[in-house]
Design a protein around this ligand. Sequence first.
Ligand SMILES: *Cc1c(COP(=O)(O)O)cnc(C)c1O
Length: 384
Amino acid sequence: MLPFNRPYISGKEATYLAEAMESGRLEGDGPFTQRCQDWLRRWSGAEAVLLTHSCTAALELAALLLELKSGDEVIMPSYTFVSTANAFALRGAVPVFVDIRADTLNLDERVVDAAVSPRTRAIVAVHYAGVACEMDVLAQVAQRHGLMLIEDAAQGLLASYHGRPLGAIGQLGAISFHATKNVVSGEGGALLINDASLTERAEVIREKGTDRKRFLRGEVDKYTWQALGSSFLPSELTAAFLAAQLDVAETITAGRMRIWQRYHEELEPLERAGVLTRPSIPSGCAHNAHMYYICLGQGLIREQFIKALRELGIQAASHYEPLHNSPAGRRFGRSVGSLSVTEDLSGRIVRLPLWMGLQDADVEQVVGSVRMAVGKVGSVRAVR
Ligand SMILES: *Cc1c(COP(=O)(O)O)cnc(C)c1O
């Protein structure tokens, strides 16, 4: 079976892990954490970067920074991972779900303004598949209404919007190093802080609500409980693993991009035949080949299609179930406007295997299997 994902190991991870173990310093914020944060700051140009144990943690830290009150609202796409909504709902805020664009599956910037209410505090832009949201428009809406603009850039490492790195455009950005992302540490994440006035409070929240960071810098002679916080630090072992991955992050992205391009070329005839649509990348968006997905046309039932691929030895995957229709989404959130694009495309998307080490022959096998699966489960019209 050709797996959907296989995490890439560069080879240096074991060396750095051994180094961290021998140093005897295993808790967070050691030299490897610093090294990862420096890398991320160099790449993004963020004011400050705080490594976290997941992107979920980075989003929760962001939500704590907003000091949300019960009933405050945060606008976000319904088509996203649960963490985007959980982070704010945990603080008593209401996720306000809006529709996505059909071309990128990103938050539709044209419907955000209509979702703003007197209770709105923030907009969360989720950069799906490492393709940027229309950040200029979102930034204008946020500024006009005095809202925070937060980027869920979980999938966005080394991608950019008109030259600006994802995660470094809004006031806050969250990145993931989960094993399914491009650059990984098993579990892992980072918060990018682009507004210097938030940095000190973010450091306190991340250190269990204490000023331990200032204590370690010698600015205070003991550390005490200052604010609501939690433990958001990854251990040095996680950071050591991640440092080895960041060393080769550009190589990983380039390798994935070759595979992405290959899919894109090979699947063009099927798009032309009206069987499926391929991703489209707006101009100004430099993506990072995080994902290759197709959207099935009329006459193809997704679950049958994925099953047919599995029978041909290919592991493919659907993706997000819209949050606005989920049990918790109904309970904690509300929707504004039609979510017809979300409901339509979330039922037709299929993600294909994409990982470092996937060979050209593998891509050809996947594309050949896609063709066969279309023939097998498609209506006569779709096959033609
Ligand atoms: C992966 C992902 C997350 C969660 O990342 P973790 O590091 O697993 O917490 C959040 N949002 C989006 C859009 C993701 O793709």
